[in-house]
Design a binder for this molecule. Structure first.
Ligand code: SAH
Length: 352
């Protein structure tokens, strides 16, 4: 069978709800430029059908660079003595939201390391205040692993969505990315809890993380089928100089684009961002992500003074611009490829 027929068969299979076989996955992860275009076009057709040429924006507020965890890939791991630490106060977070709301943002993503300062009382107060001040806006949290009760309290305080990348669904691989205090089992449990509580829930992986293989990626796809997430965040692994993974190569942009397309084919309605990590490794990365099937962008709303300190990986882009500039820049970039940024909450399952 030639490459084209093989590719078309896989595209068809994924579109019908099937998982690729390991052989098919290996094939698709290594297709040439011409085939990548065919794949992207098929995926893009589905995102156009689900969302039109509209791109949803999420204003990202990086609330803390303190973290009690020690993930081997991450620049703000506790063990990185060189990391500069900060945490935003409730007033600072609200001020970011105010700026965002004035610019038209309808979703705020509060992300941070696992910082015990933001216990349930503190966090619920912040969430409730954002929701009462900006009732038209959705709040997404991305604060790592917490108990069922904690997720429930935050949900009852008004949080709408939660992002928790599972990082890898392969036990052995998970163990090579994280210290032994952390477990894949708990991570998965958290994701199922979030869904059960009623959050729009997001999982995801880094593409090209150390020790990742086609086998582990297949497990990721299987896990996603089981979880049925509303959002999937994937971006290339980008090495950070002060982590145990400093000597590992960055993930591949092309492979990230291929996987974005695969995910779009498998999950036609899923909210799929073209991530900052993708834009960091390729100046056109986010545009390419959208053309490969992504439908969400997450510009930075954090105070400019702290952005460099939220250093998950090296050379992160957009650390110097004010929120308004970031928004303008993205709007222009996106219109150049025929898409339009729109100001809506961008909830799962709704066409705006
Ligand atoms: N503490 C939260 C937020 C983590 S940061 C949590 O545990 O979910 C958000 C994501 O950034 C992580 O889930 C990880 O997938 C990604 N990330 C961390 N280090 C990275 C690196 N070096 N390169 C690319 N992505 C990275």
């Amino acid at each position: 069978m030639n490459e084209k027929t093989k590719l078309n068969d896989i595209i068809k299979k994924l579109g019908l709800g099937g998982l690729p076989s390991l052989k098919e996955l290996k094939f698709i992860l290594n297709i040439n430029e011409e085939s990548r275009q065919v794949l992207a076009e098929a995926a893009r057709g589905l995102s156009l059908k689900a969302f039109g040429n509209k791109i949803y924006l999420r204003g990202l507020i990086e609330i803390s660079s303190y973290c009690k965890n020690n993930c081997f890939y991450c620049g703000i791991r506790q063990g990185n003595a060189k990391a500069e630490r900060y945490r935003l106060s409730k007033a600072e977070i609200l001020s970011c939201c105010k700026t965002g709301a004035e610019l038209g943002f309808k979703t705020f993503v509060l992300q941070g390391g696992e910082d015990p300062y933001y216990n349930d009382d503190v966090m619920c107060e912040i969430v409730a205040k954002i929701k009462s001040s900006f009732p038209q806006c959705a709040v997404t949290l991305s604060l790592g692993e917490r108990s069922y009760e904690s997720y429930k309290r935050l949900y009852d305080a008004g949080a709408d969505r939660y992002l928790l990348r599972h990082e890898t669904a392969d036990e052995a691989h998970y163990g090579r990315l994280h210290p032994k205090q952390m477990s894949l089992q708990n991570r998965k449990k958290c994701l199922f809890n979030l869904k059960e509580i009623g959050y729009q829930t997001g999982c995801g992986i880094m593409v090209g993380s150390p020790y990742q293989t086609a086998e582990t990626i297949l497990q990721d796809l299987e896990f996603m089928k089981e979880l049925e997430p509303h959002m999937i965040g994937i971006g290339p692994f980008v090495s950070h100089k002060d982590t145990p993974f400093k000597d590992f190569p960055n993930g591949s942009v092309d492979m990230t684009l291929i996987l974005l397309s695969v995910l779009r084919l498998m999950f036609p309605k899923v909210l799929l961002p073209a991530t900052t990590a993708l834009g960091t490794l390729d100046p056109q990365g986010r545009e390419k992500g959208i053309l490969a099937g992504a439908n969400v962008l997450m510009p930075n709303l954090s105070p400019v003074g702290v952005r460099k300190k939220y250093s998950l990986y090296d050379n992160k882009i957009c650390t110097g611009e004010e929120a308004a500039e970031c928004r303008m820049c993205l709007r222009n970039r996106i219109s150049k490829i025929g898409y339009e940024v729109i100001d809506c909450r961008g909830d799962y399952g709704i066409k705006y």
